[in-house]
Write a protein that binds this ligand. Structure first.
Ligand code: GDP
Length: 469
């Protein structure tokens, strides 16, 4: 029995469905048997050979291009065979079955999702951040996200992490060498400018962290919740932002029952807008479906990057309406929607005189905007404000894609460096504690590129890929 990672694998690499070309990919050691059987002869390395693909009884299944990439110069770092056939789903399944049959002797099996890229990672062709960028490039929902993923795949992000790691290793060597000479400890912090060097690494981590945060925003998008009483225009605003008829806009209170989510983009940043059910106070006799919708809305609010609290300019001053808004404001507070991510938006400005003043809110720190979902006036200011609230300040050019996982790892690196800085600042600094914090900082960094990654993390990452990648 071969270990799982040593077994040869095969999969259809192209998307399911009909297409001009479909590709079957084989990777592993000793795949010559498959090449001989399916192509009828050995293949010149890295040359496209046009030939018949042979079935088990020698009949031609299709004519196409066969490519052989000998190890280690292939995507996976193993022997790779690529068969480019016509892109018919049945034909590709026939070819796949034929390869499996021809490779039975060498233990050829179907690849699991992401297994080709996992092999590339295990064989040192890509580091973990680059492997993730492969998936992010395929899944990119905006042009900016695709360009940034491509930059990460080329090593843009990994290079930054490697530089940080090298600086940390140098510092650790310095500190650990001095540990053996206790009498020189205090002197050492002065002489080698250890404090200055720790500060410099910490500053660099800050700057990479800020870029990674932008990269993660580009990949994961901004989550925005629309909250407000029924009929203030939440569905209309969502439609206006998306530029399409999405939610059912109706003047009957309480009819937007379920959340409706739509992804749009602002400056290339995906924006997931969630329209909430009307947040009415319901008594015990209230409708069950509506109550579930309301509970879900509050859960969304807690997880959002920004909350738009929508008000209706035409109903201001009405006691019922003001009481409804006050209750929502109170609940927003209770659900941690503090003024740092709260946006008061006054809708239906088209129904007021053009020179009407911006209304006051009790919440002095929260942003206040006025607009009309019906005419679109004021929407651009809202889009800009949303980007600002989510912390987007980069331009997509030159950015690399990143994931929350990377941001968390960088934050942990930063925390250990803070500890190291605090220790180094003490008059009687303990160098062994300093050395330990630097080691932990390096480990946290190593999780990004996969130098220190648990197997379950790898499984989690690669299982989200498509089959054949
Ligand atoms: P929701 O219950 O908060 O989702 O509110 P809707 O989007 O269903 O809107 C309620 C009513 O207000 C509808 O009749 C809309 O046409 C109307 N409405 C929404 N926005 C505006 C606006 O900016 N101006 C005007 N004049 N009417 C609006």
């Amino acid at each position: 029995m071969l270990a799982r990672h040593a077994e040869p694998i095969v999969a259809v690499a192209t998307a399911p469905g009909r297409g001009a070309v479909g590709i079957v990919r084989v990777s592993g050691q000793r795949i010559d048997a498959v090449i001989e059987a399916v192509c009828g002869r050995p293949l010149a390395p890295r040359h496209a050979s046009y030939l018949p693909f042979l079935g088990s009884d020698g009949e031609t299944l299709d004519q196409g291009l066969a490519l052989h990439f000998p190890a280690p110069n292939s995507y996976t770092g193993e022997e790779v065979l690529e068969l480019q056939a016509h892109g018919g789903p049945v034909l590709l399944q026939l070819l796949l079955a034929r390869c499996l049959e021809a490779g039975r002797g060498i233990g050829l099996r179907l690849a699991s999702p992401g297994e080709f890229t996992e092999r590339a990672f295990l064989n040192g062709k890509l580091d973990l951040a680059q492997a993730e960028a492969v998936a992010d490039l395929i899944d990119a929902s905006t042009e900016a996200a695709a360009r940034s993923a491509s930059r990460s795949l080329a090593g843009g992000f990994s290079t930054e992490i490697h530089q940080l790691r090298d600086e940390l290793i140098n510092l650790r060597m310095l500190v650990e060498a001095t540990l053996d000479f206790p009498e020189e400890e205090i002197d050492f912090l002065e002489k080698a400018n250890a404090r200055g060097r720790i500060d410099a690494v910490a500053a660099k981590v800050d700057s990479v962290l800020s870029m990674a945060r932008q990269g993660a925003l580009l990949r994961e998008g901004i989550k925005v919740v629309l909250a407000g009483q029924p009929n203030v225009g939440k569905s209309s605003l969502l439609n206006a932002l998306a530029g399409a008829e999405l939610a059912i806009v109706t003047p009957i209170a309480g009819t937007t029952r379920d959340k409706v989510s739509e992804t749009i983009q602002i400056d290339g940043v995906p924006l997931h807008v969630i329209d909430t059910a009307g947040l009415r106070e319901l008594g015990e006799s209230g409708d069950e479906v509506e109550r579930i919708g309301i509970a879900r809305s509050w859960a969304e609010i807690e997880a959002a990057d920004a909350v738009i609290f929508l008000h209706d300019l035409t109903r201001r001053g009405e006691p019922d309406y003001e009481a409804g808004d006050a209750r929502i404001a109170e609940r927003l507070q209770a659900h941690h929607a503090g003024s740092d991510r709260l946006l008061h938006v006054f809708n239906k400005a088209d129904l007021l005189p053009a020179d009407a003043a911006l209304p006051d809110t009790d919440d002095e720190d929260a942003a206040v905007l006025q607009l009309s979902a019906a005419t679109g006036a004021g929407l651009d200011a809202l889009r800009r404000k949303l980007l600002e609230l989510a912390g987007w300040h980069a331009r997509p050019e030159g950015l690399f894609i990143a994931r929350s996982r990377h941001v968390f790892a960088l934050r942990r690196t930063r925390e250990h460096l803070l500890e190291a800085q605090a220790q180094a600042a003490l008059a009687d600094a303990a160098l062994d504690l300093l050395a330990e914090e630097l080691r932990l900082a390096q480990n946290a960094l190593g999780e990004i590129t996969g130098e220190f990654s648990a197997d379950d993390l790898l499984g989690e990452i690669f299982s989200r890929f498509c089959i054949g990648k």
